[in-house]
Design a protein around this ligand. Structure first.
Ligand code: ADP
Length: 578
């Protein structure tokens, strides 16, 4: 037999990994090449996969995490690929963040030789990566033999997307890639995962209990969380809200499941409805810190530990979520699609709408708050403040509702969330459960790659700094991303001074009037320096028209920010003043 004929009957670890991923519909890889995965990235591209190569693994990881949010309900997790030890560690923040947010992501990292690692003999980039990853994700696996690659990838996919989704680590030691085996046996060893995210049908009695509770409510409220957006059960969720006539509040990444302009949205009366509601139906939203743990003043309690008296119905795929903070009177365990459709069937066509007293009171509050906000938005100061700049972004999303919005920062996050309306589901991608900084450019890249739509990333100047070098990645792949930096010269704002009078600036202050737009110009994209709302408007409109990678440096009044945005209260205050 000639050498060629001999090799053609063989396959190897590289190709088995690629074939297993492709077999399961995974075609986009977010990563960074290097030992031992450089050739893997080349071969992936040669085999028709899209390999998006980043400048830092943290950003590749964030891209994979948000790809998981966008596609997980279809059974496809986001995948990040890194080198061993340092590259692996760089991606761990994203893996942990994906797990915290319940997004399916697989981190695949090359690793060094087990024999040497286990004896601590000092290999190149030696590290027991599996042990380190384990506490930060939902599951972690290592594959040592080529014939187990199919099982390893199948287990990783199932663990990521089934049940409560989350991050999975897959450890592939360098030696695995060049292991060979018979090609036919290799092909037979691969697994196409059947029904990777199986439906979990709720118990009929849990539905009946919930409907009973909801029926007796005088002031019902529906709370939609990002789990509801993730589940892609949009039509049924809309129907449930509309058939029951119950006012609803969207959490930030649930904005757009119903258009924010929907008459039943109570978003503009949030601080009124939370303490007033008597029965609250949570759909894919946890009663964590973002909802003040379901108690305290936000909910009408006397102090932060005091329960406001609401009854809760909660739909979640993870039963362990129930009672995590307050009593859940009607838990519904199951996937959101199945649970909502079961509720809908019980609601039927003759559900009595909530008392007009309740909905009128909400509408009163809403119209007052909306009118107040309209007054603020109508002002056009120079320099711009957050409101005047976001008034522009708000108009743009109204005119271009298919555009995706990536959003990070402190003030840049809080103001954007409340000012910019979303009209379609899964268009708003933000800092999630941790309020993490640094997701901006990674999310923007994946948003463009996964959706084929235009992306606008609204970032505070501080938040942008965590992933700013990926502007080169955006330019290199010619992605239709328009980055808008709200530049107020620092963290929160740019006015702090060094109390000692020394030469160092205050820890929260950056270079004044930094020309961020030149970063994008350096890589061949479009840079815009916007000092007025008209310049900002033109910059974004041009970017959406051309689809060219664009960075707009929007100059915001440096006194405009608030410490920590809306979560100032989480800052511990010094007990002793010196
Ligand atoms: P938010 O921050 O928007 O309030 P959370 O991340 O706190 O949302 O809550 C999302 C919840 O949704 C999690 O508890 C998660 O278990 C749940 N979840 C995610 N996907 C599904 C699904 N397909 N079906 C049911 N529950 C889901």
């Amino acid at each position: 037999m000639s050498n060629d004929a001999q090799t053609s009957t063989l396959t190897d670890g590289f190709h088995l990994v690629i074939d297993a991923l492709k077999l399961n519909g995974i075609s986009n890889i977010y990563g960074l090449p290097g030992i031992p995965v450089t050739d893997l990235t080349r071969m992936m591209q040669a085999e028709g996969m899209r390999v998006i190569s980043f400048r830092h693994e943290a950003n590749a990881g964030n891209a994979a995490a948000i790809a998981g949010f966008m596609n997980g309900a279809k059974g496809v997790p986001g995948v990040c690929l890194t080198v061993s030890a340092p590259g692996f560690l760089n991606a761990l923040v994203a893996l942990a963040n994906a797990t915290t947010n319940c997004w399916p992501m697989i981190l695949i990292s090359g690793s060094s030789e087990r024999e040497i690692v286990d004896l601590s003999q000092g290999d190149y980039e030696e590290m027991d990566q599996l042990a380190i990853a384990k506490p930060l994700c939902k599951a972690a696996f290592r594959v040592l033999n080529a014939e187990d690659i199919g099982v390893g990838i199948a287990r990783a996919i199932r663990a990521a997307v089934s049940g409560r989704p989350g991050g999975v680590y897959l450890d592939l030691p360098a030696k695995l890639f060049s292991q060979t085996m018979d090609a036919a046996a290799g092909k037979a060893s691969l697994i196409k995962v059947v029904d990777p995210a199986p439906r979990q049908i709720p118990a009929p009695e849990s539905i009946a209990r919930a409907l009973n509770l909801l029926k007796g409510a005088k002031k019902p409220l529906i709370l939609l969380g990002k789990g509801a957006a993730y589940a892609q059960a949009d039509a049924d969720i809309q129907a449930l809200v509309e058939k029951t006539g119950i006012p609803y509040l969207p959490m930030s990444m649930a904005k757009g499941i119903l258009p924010d302009t929907h008459p039943q949205s109570a978003a503009a009366a949030r601080s009124f409805v939370l303490p007033e509601a008597d029965v609250v139906l949570l759909i894919g939203a946890r009663l964590n810190w973002l909802l003040s743990h379901g108690k305290g003043k936000t909910w009408g309690g006397k102090d932060h530990k005091d329960w406001g008296g609401q009854k809760f119905i909660q739909i979640d795929i993870a039963s362990t979520e129930f009672d995590s903070n307050v009593r859940i009177d009607a838990p519904i365990a199951g996937d959101i699609g199945s649970c909502v459709s079961a509720l809908l069937a019980g609601v039927g066509n003759s559900w009595a709408k909530p008392p007009a007293e309740w909905t009128n009171a909400i509408n009163d509050k809403k119209s007052k708050n909306i009118a107040k906000m309209a007054e603020t938005l109508a002002k056009d100061p120079k320099p711009m403040n957050f409101h005047s700049a976001l008034n522009v972004v708000r108009d743009i999303f109204k005119a271009h509702p298919d555009t995706l919005l990536v959003n990070e920062g402190a003030n840049a996050l809080d103001f954007t969330r409340s000012i910019v309306d979303m009209y379609k589901p899964r268009k708003r991608l933000d800092v999630g459960t941790w309020g993490v900084m640094g997701i901006g450019m990674g999310f923007a890249v994946a948003a463009a790659v996964e959706s084929n739509q235009r992306v606008v990333a609204v970032c505070g100047d501080s938040a942008f700094g965590f992933s700013g070098m990926e502007v080169e990645t955006i330019a290199r792949y010619n992605l239709p991303v328009c980055v808008v930096i709200f530049n107020n010269n620092g963290v929160y704002r740019g006015t702090d001074v060094n109390p000692t009078g020394g030469a160092d600036v205050a820890p929260t202050v950056f270079v004044k009037d930094a020309r961020y737009e030149k970063l994008m110009e350096a890589f061949g994209g479009v840079g815009v320096y916007a000092q007025t709302s008209a310049e900002l408007r033109k910059g974004i409109e041009d970017a959406l028209k051309s689809g060219k990678p664009t960075l707009i440096n929007a100059i915001i009044d440096e006194t405009a920010g608030t410490e920590s945005g809306r979560i100032t209260s989480l800052n511990p205050a010094a007990a002793i003043k010196k």
